[in-house]
Design a protein around this ligand. Structure first.
Ligand SMILES: Nc1nc2c([nH]c(=O)n2[C@H]2C[C@H](O)[C@@H](COP(=O)(O)OP(=O)(O)OP(=O)(O)O)O2)c(=O)[nH]1
Length: 121
């Protein structure tokens, strides 16, 4: 079973959503490598995909099956260095969503259960 970490980056009452190029909206992130701590994978993936630094502050409750071999967990994080800039080929758009706007984008199915447990942004 491979773990995918999504990262809910929170700033000024909004959370960052990213659109997979040609696909659905997600919490940016990716697969945890063998022997890697989930927190480290979150930091690495966000640096690779969005070119910014984050600090993981906790994990949202729950784990969702993406496929039988892939499970999604979502970390909460703060931006600590730079601005997120989507890399062509990975994400083709990003949005900072307020709580009221969470339903405004077409989330990947596995991400939807986490919207209800995001808590205060
Ligand atoms: N990163 C991310 N992936 C998600 C989310 N929700 C969801 O269903 N997925 C799926 C999409 C992909 O099938 C898989 C993650 O793969 P990925 O392509 O982002 O991970 P990666 O860069 O480490 O992987 P790789 O393709 O280089 O092996 O999980 C989410 O919120 N964030």
């Amino acid at each position: 079973m491979t773990l995918v970490v999504g990262v809910a980056i929170v700033r000024s009452g909004r959370v960052l959503a990213a659109r997979r190029s040609g696909g659905g909206w997600e919490f940016p992130g990716g697969k945890v490598e063998p022997g890697e701590a989930p927190e480290d994978a979150a930091v690495r993936e966000i640096a690779e995909e969005l070119g910014c630094g984050i600090e993981v502050t906790g994990w949202l409750e729950g784990e969702v099956e993406i496929r039988p071999d892939l499970a999604l967990r979502v970390a909460r994080a703060l931006l600590v260095g730079g601005e997120p800039i989507p890399r062509p080929g990975e994400h083709d758009a990003i949005r900072w969503l307020s709580h009221a706007e969470l339903d405004a984008v077409d989330w990947l199915p596995a991400d939807r259960p986490f919207l209800g447990v995001l808590g205060t942004l």
